[in-house]
Design a protein around this ligand. Structure first.
Ligand SMILES: C[S@@+](CC[C@H](N)C(=O)[O-])C[C@H]1O[C@@H](n2cnc3c(N)ncnc32)[C@H](O)[C@@H]1O
Length: 263
């Protein structure tokens, strides 16, 4: 083949390629500019790949097969959640207080507990969220949870530096003891108000320290949980906390490195 023939056939194949690439695009000539407008269906595909809608706390919870809730106080959050999940039997709700203490502290706890048990959910008292791995007498030890929830953890007390440290220690111990109970793809959820004091607890940093992967911080949709009546840690005398500006921190187990990554 002569030189000219070869260069012509190269030019032709380049032209074909260019034609193929711009097949689904329209061109608009504006003065000296040529604006290439990709086909809208193509744009949609790109958009779908790059801008995934963020999962909400409810989305996360509704994907779980078994959910453990700790520090539930009056059980009103679990009760709300039991209306949403297909089978309330997947809920294992627990509170820190003994049965007698709980009734004395939170007036609505007894009724909420009764409703939950009627729905088929499991309810436990006297469960320390920092010693979950020792709680072998409650739920069957073989259960691995897809979701472990602690809403508004608080040891009580004010917003001092000392209180902050006590709460950070409690959260650290909770995360450490919850991790072995998680399923492979399970998540731990901690909800807190998004205020300066609670942000200063630095949940992502604590998660990192205990070997968990901090995934995201999503807004807590109060309107999704109509029966939920958040309470303060007893014996706080102030009115119920405002939870309008709350967020939920989502943490996961560390991914195991593949052989390739280890090299
Ligand atoms: C601010 S209240 C929130 C109660 C409830 N989760 C809610 O959303 O309304 C904090 C709760 O954390 C509980 N708590 C504190 N330390 C705990 C621990 N080590 N294990 C389990 N619960 C604990 C307290 O008993 C109290 O009920």
């Amino acid at each position: 083949m002569g030189k000219r023939k070869r260069s012509n056939s190269r030019k032709n194949s380049k032209r074909k390629k260019h034609k193929k690439n711009t097949k689904k695009t329209a061109t608009t000539k504006k003065s000296n500019f040529v604006v290439i407008q990709p086909d809208s269906s193509e744009l949609h595909k790109v958009f779908k790949q790059t801008v995934r809608p963020k999962s909400s706390f409810t989305d996360f919870l509704l994907k779980c097969r078994q959910i453990l809730l700790v520090g539930e106080a009056n059980f009103s959050f679990t009760l709300s959640l039991s209306r949403k999940v297909k089978e309330p039997q997947i809920l294992y709700a627990s509170c820190f207080e003994t049965f007698t203490d709980l009734e004395a502290k939170y007036g609505d706890a007894k009724l909420n507990r009764k409703k939950l048990e009627e729905n088929g959910a499991h309810v436990y008292h006297n469960v320390d969220a920092c010693k979950l791995h020792e709680n072998t007498k409650c739920w069957p030890t073989l259960i691995k949870f897809d979701g472990i929830v602690f809403n508004f953890p608080h040891v009580g007390g004010g917003s001092t530096e000392e209180a902050k440290e006590k709460n950070q220690t409690m959260v650290r111990n909770f995360l450490t003891s919850a991790e072995p109970l998680l399923s492979k793809k399970g998540s731990i959820f901690i909800t807190l108000r998004d205020s300066v004091f609670y942000k200063s607890w630095n949940i992502p940093q604590i998660a990192k320290e205990v070997g968990l992967r901090f995934l995201d911080k999503v807004s807590f949709e109060q309107e999704e949980f109509l029966e939920y009546q958040a309470v303060r840690t007893h014996p706080a005398q102030r009115e119920a906390p405002k939870i309008g500006n709350a967020v939920t921190y989502v943490m996961k187990k560390q991914r195991k490195k593949s052989k390739k990554e280890k090299k």
